[in-house]
Design a binder for this molecule. Structure first.
Ligand code: SF4
Length: 643
């Protein structure tokens, strides 16, 4: 039954001693009897984790592919949750990976079966993974089949007005695999929705699910993004009388922990989208409000347009990154100041308007909350010279992003100062046998660490081919890639570092008759693409984001083509990191590239039975020192590709 420890313990016995005995039984007897391989690397990892849990420390657990590290951390997390009566938080790199952990044939299900355990595990997905009923309603009409079919599939209790007795999970992104990412963005939750004030919140899939996962007894599984959003918002949510997104966990495991820094950067920002102000203000403009308030609103919208026009004019693209560098000119500063002043005046006028009751309370509340946020963001941007700013442009929608501080300061204070065990698990956490690069970037001052190699005999399982191309010669690289795909009749993962290159390759392939399917990230929901790739063995999957985490054993993935070396982008965040480093290339660029390269290569061999090839496409200008570092991390001696 859930809740009780899987071993007996009396009041006079030590939890950790009994846990240690039980872990020994599990790895030496119970799991081998249930058909699991006994792996020395796994047993070593298990006893290392015990110390971290006992001392409530941060531990970097670097274990190669095939070690079975997930099983190890799950055993500790479940026992520790039951011992402390608080669920453990397992944060995976993204929303797709949280599904992998809880799937029918996943590691949690395997442990339940082998150990006769009943684990209470619940998913905490990010808000943008849920349908917004209000947005969907606004798009329902006779012509729009995609949205109409989503509406028809809603459970009956969504439309009923009686008290809600029973509900079930609904409205998650994965429930609508046929929708493209763009279609989903039109009906999924976004930052402009005010769930707290929404009249449908008690029947909305998003809020129902949140109440459900908060009561998990053993494990709450979420993404790094969601965990960091929780950290960033928990104090403000408490101030507003709301519960934080996640309960206090007994311990936190960061699966694919080397990626936490990027989730932190994403979460610890203020985002101000060009459209937000106009959308908000037009919500209340129709009302019978005073001319002075109306004038201020119109002014604010005009200045906002001018500000974004100027931001676009003075921003420059960063290769392989959506973060555009903004040059803060006097004209930008003056427009931001002017907008700020206008919004402050508008906020004062809205206080008078609210006393006259001419504006709908719900709309006024949303507008006031957002004006507060926008003013704060603009203050950081215009009046304080701390932090990093950049501009993003998604399908013409521009967003000014303000990151107030380097993430390590916040992580040090808000996360790693807590007295609880934090486990980082990944095949790639160290650089040149040191964990300092990662620890420094996450604000971790003290940690325990260990590395165990993969139990696989790579020499017998894989070949690596190197080929070089003149800088910028996309055509030759695309041709080479397509030839490899044809020679293996698909069964390949092609990894890009830049979305534009992925699109160009998509275009390139359209001119050829290819007799196996090629899937491109972005064309459908990502888990759906991965499952098609896995089940239809000849398929090729082209991706920018699957350098990590993709676990497809078997013949569907016998080839990995790395279209470029995964150096970090030249964007404002990396520019700031480089500025802080004494030797930017060796302290920032190289460790990032090497970690990601090892991850990309690691997609190939996922089980003892796997065999295959990796193709690494290089630049003819690559420096010898970089080549040496690459050679030092390749699991087998590479060969020169014949072209
Ligand atoms: S609770 Fe939030 S996500 Fe749900 S319908 Fe309301 S605004 Fe949309």
């Amino acid at each position: 039954m859930p809740g009780s420890l899987p071993f007996s313990i009396s009041k006079s016995e030590s939890f950790f001693e009994k846990l240690n005995e039980w872990i020994g039984d599990v790895f030496y007897d119970i799991l081998p009897e249930a058909g699991f391989d006994l792996r020395d690397e796994q047993v070593f990892m298990a006893f290392q984790l015990e110390k971290a849990f006992k001392d409530k420390k941060v531990i970097f657990a670097e274990a190669g592919v095939g070690t079975g590290k997930t099983i190890v951390y799950l055993l500790y997390a479940i026992c520790y949750a039951r011992y402390t009566n608080q669920p453990a938080i397992i944060a995976c790199a993204d929303e797709r990976l949280i599904e992998q952990l809880v799937k029918k044939e996943g590691d949690i299900a395997k442990l339940e079966k082998a150990l006769d355990l009943n684990v209470d595990v619940r998913l905490a997905k990010s808000r943008d993974q849920y349908l917004c009923l209000n947005k969907l309603d606004a798009l329902i009409n006779d012509d729009n089949e995609a949205y109409n079919s989503v509406h028809e599939s809603l459970p009956r209790f969504v439309h009923e007005s009686s008290t809600l007795q029973k509900f079930h999970r609904y409205g998650e992104r994965t429930d609508y695999p046929h929708l493209t990412d763009e279609q989903w963005s039109n009906i999924g939750w976004d930052a402009l929705q005010d769930c707290l004030a929404c009249s449908r919140r008690h029947r909305c899939g998003l809020t129902l699910q949140r109440e459900h996962y908060r009561n998990a007894a053993d494990l709450i599984v979420c993404s790094h993004d969601f965990y960091m959003e929780h950290i960033w918002t928990k104090e403000s949510r408490k101030r507003e009388g709301e519960l934080p997104f996640l309960p206090d966990g007994s311990c936190v495991v960061f699966d694919e922990g080397h990626l936490l820094e990027f989730a932190s950067q994403k979460a610890l920002t203020y985002r101000y989208t060009e459209r937000t102000l106009e959308t908000l203000l037009t919500r209340i403009m129709d009302n019978d409000i005073r001319d002075k308030t109306l004038g201020l609103m119109e002014n604010a919208i005009t200045i906002n347009e001018q500000l974004f026009a100027e931001l676009v004019k003075y921003s420059s693209e960063s290769k392989s990154s959506e973060k555009m560098t903004v040059k803060k000119t006097p004209s930008i500063n003056s427009l931001a100041e002017n907008l700020l002043w206008t919004l402050e005046s508008l906020q004062e006028e809205l206080v008078f308007e609210s006393e006259m009751f001419v504006i709908n309370d719900y709309n006024l509340k949303i507008v006031e909350e957002y004006l507060d946020q926008i003013s704060y963001s603009l203050t950081l941007f215009a009046r304080r010279s701390v932090g990093i700013n950049w501009l993003e442009n998604h399908n013409g929608e521009k967003t000014l992003v303000i990151m107030p501080k380097m993430v390590e300061e916040i992580l040090r204070k808000e996360v790693f100062s807590q007295d609880k065990p934090f486990v980082f698990s990944s095949a790639t956490l160290s650089d040149n046998k040191s964990f300092d690069y990662l620890a420094k970037s996450l604000g971790i001052d003290e940690y325990a660490s260990f590395s165990v190699n993969s139990p696989f005999e790579y020499e017998e399982m894989m070949e690596i081919f190197l080929s070089d191309f003149a800088s910028g010669d996309f055509q030759s690289k695309a041709q080479y890639t397509l030839e490899q795909l044809k020679s293996t009749k698909g069964k390949a993962l092609v990894l890009f570092t830049d979305k534009n290159e992925l699109y160009s390759f998509k275009k390139y392939t359209e001119a050829y008759n290819i007799d196996f399917p090629i899937l491109f990230e972005g064309d459908a929901e990502i888990s759906t693409l991965v499952s098609r790739f896995q089940n239809d063995v000849d398929t090729v999957l082209c991706s920018v984001n699957l350098w990590e985490g993709l676990d497809v054993p078997g013949e569907a993935l016998e080839n990995v083509i790395l279209f470029d070396l995964p150096f970090p982008p030249n964007d404002p965040v990396f520019a700031a990191k480089r500025e802080e480093a004494e030797d930017p290339f060796n302290e920032v660029d190289m460790p990032y590239m090497i970690l990601r390269l090892r991850q990309g290569i690691g997609r190939l061999i996922r089980s003892h039975a796997d065999r295959g090839t990796v193709h690494l496409l290089l630049d003819t200008q690559l420096e010898a020192s970089v080549m040496d570092r690459i050679l030092s991390v390749l699991p087998v001696q590479p060969k020169k590709a014949i072209r």
